[in-house]
Design a protein around this ligand. Structure first.
Ligand SMILES: Nc1ncnc2c1ncn2[C@@H]1O[C@H](COP(=O)(O)OP(=O)(O)OP(=O)(O)O)[C@@H](O)[C@H]1O
Ligand SMILES: [Mg+2]
Length: 288
């Protein structure tokens, strides 16, 4: 059962923070920094006194957020097993029907998940931030990761949690409609032309889906010149920019050594991004 210190201390003014109850989706090119940005955002939002839940929706990446956020080698038990595994959960393309609990016909999208109904092996909770993972590909020929995508799409919790969702590289999740129940989409863009093209595609899909709350985050920026090229390219592609995270050797080292992110210079930049995002989405910051 999940019972964080935060739950015990949350007051009514804290619970009306603007991102509360929102599902924020972080996507982009492979290696652009999606997972790092999610881990940093989780920290920033926690410091802003949000109740933070992170959903690792990347079935391909074996390490991922358990390592980045908590320095752990293993993630929690896959959520897909809570819903009956591959036998019960199908790829949204083959079967778009919503996710249901085992032995229940009411979709999770109608009767959202109470965090207290989830057994403790399905999450890791540390420093009042909770991590779930939808599942990982473990054996050859086991099938596509579509069933895990359905869990990512429909795992919606009750209450004022802000859910940060990290997904696999590229755009396949759009093909599966994983963004259906998402409030805010962030595209992490590193200094590569491929990344600009993916951002353009994502914005095209967002338009098709009627999702207006979408922005890019420039990441691994190494100079003003590089930043201005990125801004020009993204402007041409009509993708909104919410902020910049510079190349941070601390994060680079983390990626090399396979350690947890911890405190790093980029945290301040991500804090600015969260504040700007709050203003862009809601017209004011939660502190007003
Ligand atoms: N701002 C940054 N400065 C320096 N290195 C960074 C930065 N952001 C990410 N990295 C490094 O880039 C690599 C990829 O980062 P990360 O795993 O967060 O990307 P990703 O988009 O989630 O990748 P994948 O597509 O494999 O899931 C890692 O080695 C990470 O340490
Ligand atoms: Mg990742």
């Amino acid at each position: 059962m999940i019972k964080t210190k935060k739950e015990k201390t949350v007051t009514s003014s804290e619970s009306c923070k603007q991102f509360s109850g929102k599902r924020i989706f972080v996507c982009g090119k492979g290696g652009s920094g999606k997972s790092s940005i999610v881990a940093l955002m989780a920290n920033v939002l926690h410091n802003e006194r949000y109740k933070v839940m992170v959903l690792d929706g990347d079935a391909s990446n074996p390490g991922g957020l358990a390592r980045l956020m908590f320095g752990l080698k293993r993630g929690p038990k896959p959520l897909i097993e809570l819903f009956g595994g591959r036998e019960k959960v199908e790829c949204p393309v083959d079967n778009p029907a919503p996710l249901t609990r085992l032995n229940d016909t009411i979709p999770v999208t109608e009767k959202n998940i109470e965090v207290t109904e989830i057994p403790s092996e399905y999450f890791i909770e540390k420093d009042e931030i909770i991590l779930f993972q939808v599942g990982k590909i473990k054996t050859a020929c086991e099938g596509c990761d579509g069933p895990m995508s359905k869990v990512t799409r429909d795992f919606i919790v009750t209450g004022d949690w802000v859910t940060l969702i990290d997904v696999e590289a590229g755009i396949e999740h759009f093909g599966r409609g994983v963004e259906k129940n998402i409030d805010i989409i962030l595209v992490v863009v590193d200094p590569t032309f491929e990344s600009f093209l993916i951002a353009e595609k994502v914005f095209h899909f967002c338009k098709e889906l009627g999702k207006e709350m979408a922005w890019t985050i420039l990441n691994k920026v190494q100079s003003e010149e590089m930043e201005s090229v990125m801004i020009d390219e993204l402007k041409k592609k009509k993708t909104g920019i919410i902020g910049t995270v510079h190349y941070d050797s601390g994060i680079g080292k983390t990626g090399l050594m396979g350690t947890a992110l911890g405190k790093c210079e980029a945290l301040e930049e991500v804090k600015c991004i969260v504040e700007t995002l709050e203003t862009e989405c809601f017209g004011s910051t939660g502190d007003d």
